[in-house]
Ligand binder design. Structure first.
Ligand code: NAD
Length: 269
C-alpha cells in the first residue's frame, strides 16, 4: 500500500465506524474520521493517533462532503460509507419526515460521499489512480424485518447502488463493494442487547450461535479494501453468522422425508 494512502470513514464517531477507522489506522492508512457529531469524530481520531484527523461532515449535505474532501492532504484511496440512521416503525404510521431522514443519510449520503470520492480517485479522468469504496448496508437490506420502516428500503438500495457504482467505475480501477452486518453487538444495537432476554433469543436465531462484533465487520471491510480482494467488485458480503441463509432453518420436517433417497448403509443420525 502507498505510504500516504488515505481512508475516509463516515460515521466514524461511534460503534462500527469507530472500529473501522481504528482498523484502517492499524492497516497503515491516514484516516479521516468524519461524523456529524464533531466531538465523537475527534475522540475516535485521538484514539488512533497522529495518522488520524477528524472533521464534522454531514453526509446529507453535498457542500459539507466536498469541504471534507477539499481538506484532505491527498486524495482518498479508501472510502467507507458507514454513517447510518435507523427509523423503525410500522409503515402504516411512519412519517414522511422519518422516511426522508433515513433516506437522506443511508442512501443519498452514500451516493454523495461515494461519487465525490470516486472523482477524486480518478473516475472520468485519464490515468486514474483508482481506489476502493466499501458501503455499509445491513441484513435488513437483504430481508424485511418487523417494523423495518424506511431502514430496510434504504439498506436494500445501498446494495443495488453498490452494484451500479462498481459497474460504472471499474474501468477507472475503482472497486466498490458492500458489507451487510447482521446482529451486531455494538453501536445502534446497544439498546437492543441491553435486554438479556432479547439478547438470548436473538443469539438463538444465529446459526453460528452468537452475536457479531464491530471488529468482525471491520475485518470484512479491510479485506475488501485489501489487495487480496483485487478481483472483487460489486459484491455484498453478509457478516451475519449465517442468519440470512437460515430462512428455512426452523421448518418442521418429518424424519421419513429426510431419509428419502439416503443410502441406508450411510445413514447419519
Ligand atoms: N449495529 C448494528 O447492529 C448494525 C447492523 C447492521 C448494519 N449496521 C450499519 O452499520 C453502520 C454503523 O452503525 P452503528 O451501529 O455503528 O451505529 P451508530 O449509531 O453507533 O453510528 C452511526 C454514526 O453515524 C453518524 N451519523 C448519523 N448521521 C450522520 C450524518 N448525516 N452525517 C455523518 N454522520 C452521521 C452518527 O453520528 C454516528 O456516529 C450503519 O450504517 C448501520 O446501519 C449496524
Amino acid at each position: 500500500m502507498n505510504a500516504v494512502a488515505t481512508a475516509v470513514v463516515t460515521g466514524a464517531g461511534s460503534g462500527i465506524g469507530a472500529v473501522i477507522a481504528r482498523h484502517a489506522g492499524k492497516a497503515g492508512y491516514r484516516v479521516a474520521c468524519w461524523d456529524v457529531d464533531e466531538a465523537a469524530a475527534e475522540a475516535t481520531a485521538e484514539s488512533i493517533g497522529d495518522v488520524a484527523t477528524s472533521r464534522r461532515v454531514d453526509v446529507t449535505s453535498e457542500d459539507s462532503v466536498v469541504a471534507g474532501y477539499d481538506a484532505l492532504d491527498t486524495p482518498p484511496t479508501l472510502v467507507v460509507n458507514n454513517a447510518g440512521l435507523v427509523r423503525f416503525g410500522p409503515l402504516a404510521t411512519l412519517s414522511v419526515a422519518d422516511w426522508q431522514a433515513a433516506l437522506a443519510v443511508n442512501l443519498t449520503g452514500t451516493f454523495v460521499v461515494a461519487r465525490h470520492g470516486a472523482v477524486r480517485m480518478g473516475v472520468g479522468q485519464q490515468g486514474s489512480a483508482g481506489g476502493t469504496i466499501v458501503n455499509i448496508s445491513s441484513i435488513n437490506g437483504i430481508a424485511a424485518a418487523p417494523n423495518g420502516g424506511a431502514y430496510t428500503a434504504t439498506k436494500a438500495a445501498v446494495i443495488r447502488l453498490t452494484e451500479q457504482m462498481a459497474l460504472e467505475w471499474a474501468a477507472a480501477g475503482v472497486r466498490v463493494n458492500c458489507v451487510a452486518p447482521g446482529l451486531i453487538n455494538a453501536g445502534m444495537s446497544d439498546a437492543i442487547y441491553a435486554d438479556p432476554e432479547i439478547r438470548r433469543l436473538r443469539q438463538g436465531q444465529v446459526p453460528l450461535g452468537e452475536l457479531g462484533t464491530a471488529e468482525q465487520v471491520a475485518d470484512a471491510v479491510m479485506f475488501l479494501a485489501s489487495p487480496g480482494a483485487a478481483y472483487i467488485t460489486g459484491q455484498t458480503v453478509a457478516v451475519d453468522g449465517g442468519i440470512t441463509v437460515a430462512a428455512l432453518a426452523r421448518m418442521a420436517r418429518p424424519k421419513s422425508v429426510d431419509s428419502v433417497g439416503a443410502d441406508p448403509e450411510q445413514e447419519v443420525s
